[in-house]
Design a binder for this molecule. Structure first.
Ligand SMILES: *Cc1c(COP(=O)(O)O)cnc(C)c1O
Length: 399
């Protein structure tokens, strides 16, 4: 459908919508092979703590070019495990960006540590190494870098700061599975990387998460942590015909089931093709958006392969974002906002006295950002609908 055909009255004002069914901003892809893999495990002896967990971990580690992968019950559990194995505790500070999901900072709180917010770069919205440097104190123990939207952070600069101050470098790679930084896959760049397997992410197990690392000792401790801090699992004890076990530290039940891991294994085989399709969609959206005044994609650095979990645009301040969201929805196009800066949530304000002015770049851009539909099963016609609706809505609301 050409733009001239649909220009005219906005659907929110009673005009004809660009499409009749809502295109969501994100959506999982589950096919018959995925379903068959899950059913096979449901008919087997091991619903949890069985062979599929280790198989999935091996495949995931290979995908990321990491020595070890530890599968857990969510991305949040993976982040919590990272903080635990690093020994983060009361009095420790961990530097995090504000423009992320709350779990990035909450994982520090679970351990009794203090998240310290360092602002993002205005062009990429990735953690700004200069702002990180300013926040380092004698109490700083780690940096958690978020590969926002699927673009890897500036790891050379962050590594240099971490090494100079003796800090651990953690990646929240929940947006960036399948992405690359220079010659390395995301998951093999930081000391520890956390991934999410939530349905809106690249590969899903329903709920689930993975931590990757090259450090076998950290991986071993993460495996204990996901199962109460107990040093052997049910299957190992059964194989040894033994009832004896020892709890050596305080852990949680953060285990993932075998049927989830079977789904994860089946999904992982499609990751490369899916990331390629996300990149294709991103480039079509970028080309189309260059003709739409008031809408601009985020900057992408030359030294990354962007995994495009999200396709985020920045709207001109003359456009009221809430009206754009409502008008796009009326045209049949879903969108979302990633994220409300974490330090502005009521819990953080009340507990830490955080407020506006602490991270001016994130606070300002928050009012302008919009995540457009982005998922591998989007068709070229869906992409055209997004562009047509965006063009119509920005012209209609821009005045
Ligand atoms: C999704 C996400 C998480 C949390 O993952 P869950 O699997 O939902 O617990 C953490 N950080 C970021 C940046 C995310 O996008």
């Amino acid at each position: 459908m050409g733009i001239s055909d649909i220009a005219g009255e906005l659907a929110i004002n009673g005009g004809r919508p660009v499409r009749s069914t809502l295109l969501p901003y994100g959506r999982q892809s589950v096919d018959d092979d995925d379903i068959a893999a899950v059913v096979e495990v449901l008919r087997s002896d091991w619903l949890t703590t069985g062979p599929n967990v280790a198989d999935f971990e091996r495949a995931f580690a290979t995908t990321c070019g990491a020595r070890e992968a530890v599968a857990v019950s969510s991305g949040t559990a993976a982040l919590h495990a990272c903080m635990h194995v690093l020994g983060i505790g009361p009095g420790d500070e961990v530097i995090v960006p504000p423009l992320t999901f709350a779990a990035t900072a909450n994982c520090v709180l679970y351990q009794g540590g203090t998240p310290i917010f360092a602002d993002v770069d205005a062009a990429t919205l990735l953690l700004d190494p200069e702002r990180v440097e300013e926040k380092v104190t004698g109490r700083t123990k780690a940096i958690v870098a978020v590969d926002y939207a699927g673009q890897a952070c500036e790891y050379d600069a962050l590594r240099e700061i971490a090494d100079r101050h003796g800090l651990a470098l953690v990646a929240d790679g929940c947006h960036a599975l399948g992405g690359r930084y220079q010659d390395s896959a995301v998951g093999s760049v930081a000391d520890l990387t956390a991934f999410s397997l939530h349905p809106v992410k690249h590969v899903t197990t329903g709920e689930g998460g993975v931590l990757t690392t090259d450090d076998r000792e950290l991986a071993r401790r993460a495996r204990n942590f996901r199962s109460h801090g107990i040093t052997s699992d049910h299957r190992q004890r059964e194989a040894a015909g033994s009832w004896h076990y020892e709890m050596v530290e305080l852990g949680y039940n953060y285990r993932i089931t075998d049927f989830q891991c079977a789904l994860g294994l089946s999904q992982l085989q499609k990751l490369r093709a899916w990331v390629r399709r996300r990149q294709e969609i991103a480039s079509a959206l970028s080309v189309g958006i260059s003709d739409i005044p008031g809408v601009e994609p985020l900057a992408v650095r030359a030294d990354v392969s962007h995994a495009y979990h999200l396709f985020v645009v920045r709207l001109d301040p003359v456009l009221d974002r809430a009206r754009v969201v409502a008008a796009l929805r009326a045209e049949g196009i879903g969108s979302n906002v990633h994220y409300i800066p974490v330090h502005l949530h009521p819990y953080y304000r009340a507990r830490f006295g955080t407020s506006e002015g602490m991270c001016p770049v994130a606070e300002k851009v928050y009012h302008a950002i919009l995540s457009l539909p982005m998922f591998p099963l989007m068709t070229d016609a869906d992409v055209d609908d997004v562009l047509a609706a965006l063009s119509k809505v920005t012209a209609g609301l821009g005045g």
